[in-house]
Design a protein around this ligand. Sequence first.
Ligand code: MG
Length: 278
Amino acid sequence: MHRRSPSEIDGIRAACAVVHQVQSAVEAAASPGVSTLSLDELAEATIRDRGGEPAFKGYHGFPASICASVNDEAVHGLPRTEPLEEGDLLCVDVGVQLDGWFGDGAFTIVLGHVDRRVRGLVDTTRAALESGVAAARPGNRLSDISHAIESAAAAGGVSVIREFGGHGIGRHLHEDPHLPNHGPPGRGPHLRAGHVLAIEPIFSLGQPGIVVDEDGWTARTRDGSLAAHFEHTVAVTEDGPSLLTLSPGIADTADSRPVCNQPPERAEAPPEKAEDRG
Ligand code: MG
């Protein structure tokens, strides 16, 4: 588990700033009638305009710059030409490489009116991310983050999709350690200033379990229930967690925008097959 210097963390923060800019652009553009393929094109253009590279594109053969997972698609959804529809639940995950550093983030939004249960899923997943982030502080151990996330799922009455999780990040999109979204507290490495993690709860309204489409990527819930996903890249500092994908001066606050991001890893990268991941 790498410990990054403050200047190295600034490098990751710069990549994460582009992640955030892409999220803002995609969120603003996402609406019924728009295709996720067009959102992918917008994301790639935004990344390249800022001198970055789409970290997902080509990663283990993933063909796009974003994962766009709709409704029962939990993660790694392939962008496609079909337009989004009123009532869709859309999760967008994006990774950026900038000057040799990586940033990773995901958010989930609802398009138009959805019922209270669906809104609760989104709110619970976002709250779980916040709980996980809050546990990313010196003195804690890695699985304290996992336990905080799982506890938030239990409190919200939703299921953890266990096939995917968070990960270290920095010089590579996915670095050690894998960060499960479930498990008992007090296990794993001690967290120290300089550790950088992508924390990303992925929850569903139904039973645990996913299946991967024939495209080799799109991972959807086995029972067809809706899924949500949020992700931040976070640095552990002596003062507590620092949200690199939501840096001051770049945009809004965590409360004002849907944040759901997360991509790959050995765990949830857009890339590998689910069976290979944790
Ligand atoms: Mg990730």
